[in-house]
Design a protein around this ligand. Structure first.
Ligand SMILES: Cc1ncc(COP(=O)(O)O)c(C=O)c1O
Length: 477
């Protein structure tokens, strides 16, 4: 028998230690440390880790139980066809872009996209046409994609294959997808939606409509983010004759492992079942709890909840709790650490001015009440009463593209210290993580304002991907 204590397994130990401290987790995965699963599902988890033995079907050519589970999912999520993904929405986004675009094709992309969209366009050899989303000054975050801006991009690029938007964004902000779908389809293009954060939307009328309900042709959803499913579990949904299914299946087969985890796939099945049978009631209970929390927060001076009235031309997923700290006087990074250390609450992410909590059906009234009480206490005990300066974030310009995205990966590059990188062409995707929205993409010029922004993030406690350990930047030689 191997004694756990004798194992040198630092990752396992760190995860166990975190879980055994019994934290209040306002972060993904949406099952919240197993609390959202029926008890016996958690216990039997490891015994579900099987392979393609008789009766277990095959993800790459499903004709048995996987096919049945995918068909049930398609029905529950209002799609015509659903595929289980075992490498998150990232893998699905790669497959969508590779299936729908050929090398040299143009794709119109809202720039607040996740790095996997950039990765997909590199893999597919696509030429991106970016549309900048709105900027919400008070929160210093990106907002909706304006249908008029999008129409302009479509009219200027009638040869583009389609449009890819992120909806909801990390802050729960939902662009007006119905009018976007009408515009995109009127021009004969395909609407692809990164709905990684919106797998729960179609189960409550009190939430914005899902992409499949609102007219999108194809989308991905990270079940693991907002449903009781485990990390990496995601769905790809199709609802359109415009998608070449055989080409899509070809790329899904190419890009996904030949040993898909039956634990992940079984949990995708369970998540669908829970949501289809009980999702509406559970979400409406959750939204009632969030309404009470919102009333409490409204009474606190210093911290402010993101509300639908802050979002122009769109709607808000209210299960995403975004709290602005500008008047409170401490950055999101600092506040996240205080909540973790003093209140045993772990939020999903923070930025300069905000913290973001993900609430799912696995959260009960007790967790929301505890969050409300802790915020009251935090507000009373830690406010500096000095508003945060405006200087950390402002609306940024789209970087100049000096080299095509698809070409930048193959040219010679060097590493330069960040303070010498201004004006050079980036070879990497540079992105604060979370949320994973790129500041600079391969082939783009690293502007001085971006260098300054990266320094600020790191100085104030955030993390940036795409640099070397010594804060060097990969630039084209
Ligand atoms: C908007 C968005 N899209 C896609 C992804 C990738 O999802 P996954 O982690 O399931 O691969 C993320 C991950 O955070 C995301 O925020």
């Amino acid at each position: 028998v191997i004694l756990i204590k004798s194992l040198n397994a630092p990752l396992y130990e760190a995860v166990r230690k975190y879980a055994s401290a019994n934290p209040v987790p306002f972060h993904m995965p949406g099952h919240k440390l197993g609390r959202g699963f029926p008890k016996d599902v958690g216990r039997e988890m490891l015994s579900l880790d099987v392979t393609e033995i008789p009766g277990m079907d095959n993800l790459h050519a499903p004709e048995g139980v996987i096919r049945e589970a995918q068909e049930l999912a398609a029905k529950a999520f209002c799609a015509e066809k659903t595929y289980f993904l075992v490498n998150g929405s990232s893998g699905g986004i790669h497959a969508i872009v590779m299936a729908l675009c050929k090398p040299g094709d143009k794709l119109i992309v809202a720039r607040d996209c996740h790095k996997s969209v950039i990765g997909a366009m590199i893999l597919a050899g696509v030429e991106p046409v970016y549309v900048m989303p709105e900027f919400i000054d008070d929160f210093a975050i990106t907002g909706t994609v304006d249908a008029l801006n999008l129409t302009r991009a479509i009219e200027l690029n009638p040869d583009a294959v389609g449009v890819l938007i992120t909806r909801p964004n990390y802050y729960g902000i939902c662009s007006d997808i119905e009018s976007i779908a009408r515009t995109v389809h009127a021009h004969g293009m395909i609407l692809m939606v990164d709905e990684a954060h919106g797998a729960h939307l179609c189960f409550s009328d009190c939430l914005p409509k899902s992409a499949m309900e609102a007219g999108a042709d194809i989308c991905v959803q990270s079940a693991h983010k907002t449903l009781p499913a485990i990390t990496q579990g995601a769905y790809l949904h199709v609802k359109s004759g415009k998608v070449d299914i055989e080409r899509l299946e070809f790329f899904l087969d190419l890009l996904q492992t030949t040993s898909p985890s039956y634990i992940i796939m079984s949990m995708l099945d369970v998540a669908r079942c829970i949501m289809a049978e009980k999702g509406t009631g559970l979400l409406n209970n959750l939204l009632n709890g969030i309404n009470s929390l919102a009333t409490l927060i409204d009474g606190y001076t210093g911290i402010r909840l993101l509300k639908e009235k802050d979002v122009s031309g769109g709607s808000l997923d209210r299960t995403r709790i975004v709290i602005n700290l500008k008047e409170f006087g401490r950055t999101g990074y600092e506040t996240e650490a205080i909540l973790r250390n003093d209140y045993n609450i772990q939020v999903e992410m923070s930025d300069f001015y905000n913290i973001v909590c993900i609430a799912t059906i696995a959260d009960g009234a007790a967790e929301l009440e505890y969050l409300g009480k802790s915020l009251a206490d935090l507000n009373a005990s830690y406010s500096t009463k000095q508003p945060l300066p405006d200087k950390y974030v402002r609306k940024m310009q789209l970087p100049i593209q000096a080299m095509e995205l698809k070409d930048a990966k193959n040219v010679k590059y060097i590493k330069l210290p960040l303070n010498k990188a201004s004006g050079r062409i980036s070879r990497n995707i540079i992105t604060p993580y979370p949320p994973g929205i790129p500041l600079v993409c391969p082939g783009e010029i690293i502007m001085e304002e971006i260098v300054e922004y990266i320094y600020n993030i790191i100085k104030l406690g955030g993390k940036v991907n795409g640099l070397s350990d010594d804060m060097e930047v990969f630039v084209i030689d």
